[in-house]
Design a protein around this ligand. Structure first.
Ligand code: ZN
Ligand code: ZN
Length: 131
């Protein structure tokens, strides 16, 4: 058995989701674990990144983007098979258009009618006048 813990993701792999050949070059990180084209990953880790302790092996879809304390972007992944959630920092050559479209998705598809926002704003303005 190879010790993957000391050599995290420094190998070339074929993306399980879109079939792209993913190489470590250009990532700007030693911990590349998702495809720069479709941002999908594979459910391999259980407790910590690179531990390869999970037996699931399902494709992990990018479902969101969040910003870490230091301003660094990270992709939130969800496993299609078991639903596990994970987050991974964005690599230097990740598809920027796809990243942006994932990041704005909640804003583009709000779970409530946008008109309601305006109504709330009007109400708070009236309250301010009353003071
Ligand atoms: Zn891919
Ligand atoms: Zn899984």
């Amino acid at each position: 058995m190879r010790n993957y813990r000391n050599t995290p993701c420094e190998e070339t792999f074929t993306c399980k989701s879109c079939g792209a050949l993913v190489t470590p070059e250009g990532a700007g990180t030693r911990h590349r674990n998702h495809c720069p084209q479709c941002l999908s990953s594979v459910h391999l880790d259980e407790e910590e990144p690179g531990d390869r302790a999970s037996a699931c092996g399902g494709v992990m879809e990018p479902i969101g983007v969040w910003v870490r304390k230091n301003g660094e972007w990270a992709v939130i992944h969800r496993c299609r098979l078991c639903g596990a959630l994970d987050s991974n920092r964005v690599a230097a050559d990740d598809n920027p258009v796809l990243l942006m479209s994932i990041a704005v998705k909640p804003l583009a598809m709000p779970p409530f009618p946008l008109g309601r926002l305006e109504i709330n704003q009007n109400i708070s303005k009236e309250n301010m006048h009353a003071d």
